[in-house]
Write a protein that binds this ligand. Structure first.
Ligand SMILES: NC(=O)c1ccc[n+]([C@@H]2O[C@H](COP(=O)([O-])OP(=O)(O)OC[C@H]3O[C@@H](n4cnc5c(N)ncnc54)[C@H](OP(=O)(O)O)[C@@H]3O)[C@@H](O)[C@H]2O)c1
Length: 275
């Protein structure tokens, strides 16, 4: 228990690099404890620059560590897993960040019914170390796997553990969530421009407001609702805008949008299981 963790990474793109970079920069792991495989020469070069071990073949990854992080795109998942299939055994921990791919898929495809699997859903702010990752564990996982999951994903932000069916909710809220905030930001920019601001100024006002409000919500002990009320003086400008949002049932629209994202996440998970 609490033994040193080593990590193998299959696919060293945006997310693979963000996690490995976070682990090294935060001093959680040393570069020599990490091995990667990626067919792309550019990614191999990046890994070498980070002093990370680069495997010439994916099957070697499992000789380097019993924990393998699968960080490839869903379209190439089967092709990427195929070479390691024969090398997998029950003491391996497979950690997947591949969106929409259920635990059951890995068990069936890899033919190891008792494989320990962590299924996770990070989000794009992980690329700047400010992500949040929803993590689900297969029933074979115990305390050690919980620890490994926390270690890996705390490298790129915060971690919440949820039962696997709720990963689709995590997908709809925090996985897709950055896009909702960016969309609101787009709306602020275009409203600013429509009122005569130049694009650069509108962009600066909107993005810094997004960043500042997010930071305030995070560090404050108050709920978002209370923070909103603080900006909303009676008869003032904010109240006028909030009243308009409420007349248009803004919260109802947000809820419906998130429910539709949730339904789509479930559909995609089901498709991946059946394919
Ligand atoms: N980006 C996000 O914010 C985010 C959030 C949540 C979940 N995810 C999940 O994270 C996963 C990775 O996303 P990403 O944005 O990091 O993708 P990415 O940048 O495309 O990285 C994937 C890497 O895998 C490499 N690769 C292709 N075929 C391979 C194979 N057979 N074996 C090993 N590596 C192979 C790719 O090389 P080539 O470039 O040469 O193809 C690429 O370097 C996805 O499944 C996605 O669903 C991403």
């Amino acid at each position: 228990m609490n033994s040193k963790i080593t990590l193998s990474v299959l696919g060293f793109g945006n997310m693979g690099q963000a996690i490995v970079g976070g682990l090294i920069n935060k001093g959680i792991m040393s570069p020599e404890d990490i091995s990667i495989y990626d067919p792309d020469e550019g990614k191999q070069k990046t890994a070498k620059e980070m002093k990370v071990d680069v495997c010439p073949l994916p099957e070697i990854l499992l000789e380097k560590s019993r924990v393998i992080l699968v960080a490839v795109k869903p379209q190439v998942l089967k092709e990427a897993l195929f070479p390691i299939k024969q090398k997998l055994h029950e003491s391996v921990l497979l950690v997947s960040i591949v969106a929409g791919v259920p635990i059951e898929f890995y068990k069936k495809f890899l033919g190891v019914p008792n494989l320990k699997i962590i299924r996770s859903m990070p989000n794009t702010p992980a690329l700047v170390g400010c992500g949040i990752t929803g993590v689900s564990l297969s029933p074979e996982c115990g305390e050690e796997e919980v620890r490994v999951g926390k270690v890996i994903f705390s490298s790129v932000g915060e971690v919440v553990f949820v039962p696997e069916p709720q990963i689709d909710v995590v997908t709809a809220i925090s996985g897709s969530g950055p896009a909702y905030f960016f969309y609101l930001c787009e709306g602020l920019i275009s409203a600013g421009e429509s009122l005569g601001l130049d694009k650069e100024t509108a962009y600066k006002l909107a993005v810094q407001t997004l960043y500042g409000a997010g930071t305030l919500a995070k560090v404050s002990k108050e709920l978002p609702e209370t923070l909103r009320m603080r900006v909303t003086s009676k008869g003032g400008t904010t109240e006028r805008a909030i009243n308009y949002f409420q007349d248009k049932d803004f919260l109802g629209i947000v809820k419906e949008a998130i429910h539709s994202a949730y339904r789509r996440a479930k559909e995609l998970g089901m498709q991946n299981l059946l394919e």
